[in-house]
Structure formats: structure tokens, C-alpha cells
Design a protein around this ligand. Sequence first.
Ligand code: 5GP
Length: 186
Amino acid sequence: MAASIPHFSLLRNYAATTARAFVTVKVKPSYTISSTTLLHLPSRSRRLQFYASASNNEEAAARAAAANADSGAPTIFDKIIAKEIPSSIVYEDEKVLAFRDIDPQAPVHVLVIPKFRDGLTQLGKAEARHGEILGQLLYAAKIVAEKEGILDGFRVVINNGSDACQSVYHLHLHVLGGRQMKWPPG
Ligand code: 5GP
């Protein structure tokens, strides 16, 4: 029967098998890689290296931000609320402001924040009195999703604290969508 398989078909099958073996090559976390070696690594391994480096930066930035979390110091979001620095506003009302993230992680990536922080540096600081604004923020997230045309599939994320890589200590909801979202989120 094998003789009846056309030559190009055998080649194609061989190529597919080889490609699969190629992408499963793994890099040990402790392995030091020179830039020359990096050039010869399969692309997936290179992506893993860059991903590891990017996520280390995020974690370091989050730890630095957490050190000042309880100082009550204004954040970059206060300047955005005061319109002292520009932002691309998607939705605004008396209590809530929603604007596009400067470093989007999806085609739609909007931050929804309370205009008055009132102690809400992070969700973990919420008290019973914050119930109303927390509801308003969630409802604003839905309005943003509607305006952005992603009501069929969107994700709302709150990073709380340095273990969750929170980098700005003014409560904010990330509204993400416009692409297939994966789970688990990592
Ligand atoms: P976190 O890491 O605290 O959950 O999210 C903070 C978010 O604020 C990040 O996604 C970051 O890209 C965004 N961000 C930080 N600075 C600015 C800024 O000046 N303008 C805008 N539009 N987004 C910012």
C-alpha cells in the first residue's frame, strides 16, 4: 500500500512530524544563552526567553509599585483624571472614567477607574461603603464592552497586589477583548 502513496505526500508527512519534534525543544530556566546561541534556537524557545524576561520586568515593577502602595501618593491616573496628561477616553460620567491602556494586551484594552479613589488603591482595600462605586465600575465595564462592540466576548480583570502584578495603586478594571481570550490566564 505504501507504494501507492505519492512521493510528495510522504514528504509532507515527514515535514509535519519533523516540525512537531522541532517545536517541543525546551530551554532549561538555568541555562545561560549567548546572543549567538539565541539566533540558532527555534523560534518558540526564543519567544519563551523573551517572555520570561518581560514577565520578570513586570514582577520587579509591581514589587516597586507595591512599596509605595499605602503612601496615598497620587498616581499617574490622577493626572489622567485631571486631564493633565492625554488619554484616549472611551466613556466618562460623574464617578467613572474609562480610557485606553497605553500598552494594550488585546485589540480592545480599556481601563475603568473611579474618579475619586477614596482609599481604593486596590480591590483588597474595599470596604462596605465602596459597594456603590464597585457596582458602578462593573456597569461601566459593560458599557465600554458595548461601545467597543465586544459584548459577545470580553474579559474584566483586576490585578490586586504585587503577586498579581498590580503596577498602579488606583483601583482599575481592565476590559479586554477583540481576540480569542485564553484560559487559564497565566
Ligand atoms: P496594573 O498592572 O496595575 O493592573 O495595570 C496598570 C495599567 O495601566 C497597565 O496596563 C499600564 O499599561 C497602564 N498604564 C500605565 N501608565 C499609563 C498611562 O500613562 N496611560 C495609560 N493610558 N495607561 C497607563
